[in-house]
Design a protein around this ligand. Structure first.
Ligand code: KG4
Ligand code: ZN
Length: 346
């Protein structure tokens, strides 16, 4: 017992994993949907249908690899939000159904808490308290983390998320989706000093971010240059995002007087961001291995283990497409995904 099955379906990755507190990640599978590339962004209806198609087989396979029957699980954790409503409902329905059949609790997990706690899955985990930079396709947040569920929002983006800025810039540069890895690859052959890029909000006090001006700047730059300049533009853009994130992370540590920084979410896979933070804050930065940065089932199983006390086996299916991280409480203090009237909101 004690094994938790985790199911992630908030966007375009189907993730399934088993986590055990002593053994770590026992088995895991991630399937990245490819259909969206042709549209330059995630198409919600296609995402839901692909989750329906993939999820049952992936669950069977992961349980087989872990040599577990559903009744041997301690609980079934699933991403209850934030994310695409239809995609979330697929994971929630399957998780609650499986949990009911096995007479085990279903545990509603907040996707960003999954990301935030994922560095704890590494051999050299951070200790509480720490500052977390969460950078994904939908979020850019700095959070003071005192314990599981004790989160204070220090700053967030006022417009685009960091990953979204990468995705939109990739589209402007004629690259594929998701844009982050594509921009990073092109930037490898570019000169980041050739073009001037703004460093949004770094000279203003506070810990908020803004990335939409950077995107506009890139668009104008592309309009007055040639395709041969694209690698230099990608490198300059990436450097501007990285520099901005580094400045704000240092400021957050200074203001909170904390000395550990966790980075998580898809953009934390970015090599230049990791190197720049390691240089600016030697020995103080904690991040998950690259495959745990982007969406996966292991982080959901792991967060679910921390929240097992809130699991329910009543068959109630609830998702919260919008769900502020700051609403979470320490495990057991208030029901996660509690059935307030906001639950049905999308
Ligand atoms: O956490 P994630 O997998 O999904 C969300 O919760 O949004 O993050 C996906 C985002 C995308 O915007 C993608 O372009 C970005 O993370 N990303 C990267 C890299 N890998 C993924 N951005 C920059 N550099 C990367 N290597
Ligand atoms: Zn994510």
């Amino acid at each position: 017992m004690q094994s938790i099955l985790g199911i992630e379906t908030s966007c375009d990755e189907t993730g399934v994993a088993v986590f055990h507190p002593d053994q770590g990640i026992v088995a895991e599978l991630v399937y990245t949907q490819a259909d969206h590339a042709a549209y330059g962004g995630v198409v919600p209806e296609l995402a839901s249908r692909d989750h329906v198609r993939k999820l049952p087989g992936m669950i069977r396979e992961v349980l087989d690899r872990a040599a577990l029957r559903p009744a041997e699980l301690s609980g079934v954790a699933y991403t209850a939000g934030p994310g695409l409503a239809g995609a979330l409902l697929v994971g929630a329905s399957v998780a609650v159904g499986l949990a009911q059949a096995a007479a085990r609790p279903a545990i509603a997990v907040h996707h960003m808490e999954g990301h935030l706690l994922s560095p704890l899955l590494e051999p050299r985990p951070p200790r509480f308290p720490f500052v977390a930079l969460l950078v994904s396709g939908g979020h850019t947040m700095l959070i003071e983390v005192s314990a599981v569920g004790r989160y204070r929002l220090l700053g967030e983006t006022l417009d685009d998320a960091a990953g979204e800025a990468f995705d939109k810039t990739a589209r402007l540069l004629g690259l594929g989706f998701p844009g982050g890895p594509e921009v990073a690859r092109l930037a490898e052959r570019g000169n980041s000093d050739r073009f001037d890029f703004p460093r949004p909000m770094v000279n203003r006090p506070g810990l908020d971010f803004s990335f939409s001006g950077l995107k506009t700047h890139t668009r104008q730059l592309i309009a007055r240059t040639t395709p041969d300049d694209r690698a230099d533009i990608a490198a300059g853009f990436e450097r501007a995002v990285v520099d901005t994130l580094v400045v704000k992370c240092r400021r957050a540590l200074r203001e909170t007087r904390l000395d550990q920084l966790v980075i998580a979410g898809g953009v934390s896979a970015n090599q230049r961001l990791r190197q720049a933070l390691d240089t600016a804050l030697p020995g103080q930065v904690y991040y998950p291995r690259p495959e745990l940065c982007t969406d996966n089932g292991a982080m959901i199983a792991h967060a679910g283990w921390h929240r097992i006390s809130e699991g329910k086996d009543d068959g109630h299916i609830a998702v919260r497409p919008r769900w502020p991280l700051e609403e979470l409480r320490a495990p057991g203090q208030a029901a996660v995904g509690s059935r307030s009237s906001r639950n049905a909101r999308s």
